[in-house]
Design a protein around this ligand. Structure first.
Ligand SMILES: C[S@@+](CC[C@H](N)C(=O)[O-])C[C@H]1O[C@@H](n2cnc3c(N)ncnc32)[C@H](O)[C@@H]1O
Length: 267
């Protein structure tokens, strides 16, 4: 049983000692993940966890990995990628060069998915893609672009469901049970650490994708992050959020494709 006050003190301590700010994450979900971490590490009280985390940086790294939910997949919500292909790519054609931000990119599958769409549209050369996350382990996998061969079956299924017509195996080489995405896909992508809770804007973007990230935030943090997105978008720039996201965009954004949660900066 974790008391709210214990959780508050732990999160405040982590913030003060390491600068990782989980104070405004949705309470129920962070509590669940911390409980699970305590069970795995056989820590009976939150005081034991606090002691361990505040005195051992590697224990903090382990907790960080357990707090951030980094499940993802290629062409996740295939219909969303079909809409990107049919409605968003034509907008990108109007720019000589454009910047894209994947905020909360996890292990990079959605980043490679979009890079493939851009390549097929003949637009990858015009793109500069920034993909950010707080989870270093996930970012390392994303930079390498190496994924288990067993994941590729569903990737191929989703790719075709999203309107892909090419031979998907053109985009990777298979080695020892893994697939490695080709360097030509990676050239335009920079993977780096950026914390949506504490870091500021760093570039102006034509499109920002922040999918399945804000679901873990409380209302205050969602509002703050939406402000950051708004500041980081060029006028009329597009913001895509996840299907299950409950975010209030009134005032500063208009629906571009409401069903697939794509919005346009309006002022
Ligand atoms: C469920 S994954 C979503 C991955 C991908 N966007 C997708 O939709 O498949 C959520 C990601 O958000 C990242 N994340 C959580 N808090 C964050 C923060 N404050 N700043 C940046 N990324 C964060 C997590 O590390 C995790 O990789």
């Amino acid at each position: 049983m974790i008391e709210d006050i214990e959780l508050t003190l732990l999160l405040e301590g982590i913030y003060q000692k390491y600068g990782h700010d989980f104070r405004d994450y949705a309470r129920a979900s962070i509590k669940r993940r911390i409980k699970r971490h305590m069970m795995i590490h056989k820590l009976e009280t939150i005081s034991l966890l606090q002691d361990r985390v505040l005195h051992h940086a590697e224990a903090m790294d382990q907790l960080l990995l357990d707090i951030s939910v980094y499940v993802t997949e290629m062409f996740r919500d295939a219909e969303f990628y079909r809409v990107l292909r049919q409605e968003v790519i034509p907008v990108l054609h109007t720019f000589p060069l454009f910047n894209i931000w994947h905020a909360g990119c996890s292990t990079g599958e959605e980043v490679y998915s979009l890079a493939i769409l851009l390549l097929e549209a003949g637009l990858l050369d015009r793109a500069r893609i920034y993909a950010t996350d707080i989870n270093e382990k996930a970012l390392k996998i994303a930079r390498e672009g190496i994924y288990p061969l067993s994941h590729i079956k569903s990737a191929i299924h989703n790719y075709h469901a999203a309107g892909g017509c090419e031979d998907f195996s053109e985009y990777y080489v298979a080695r020892y049970g893994n697939v490695i995405f080709k360097p030509s896909l990676k050239d335009k992508i920079t993977f780096c650490n950026h914390n949506l809770a504490t870091d500021g804007p760093f570039q102006e973007f034509e499109i920002i994708l922040c999918r399945n990230v804000m679901i873990y935030f409380n209302t205050e943090l969602k509002t703050k992050v939406l402000g950051l997105m708004h500041q980081s978008l060029r006028p009329l720039g597009l913001l895509a959020v996840g299907q299950k996201e409950s975010v209030h965009l009134q005032g500063h954004f208009q629906a571009f494709n409401a069903q697939h949660r794509i919005y346009r900066k309006s002022n």
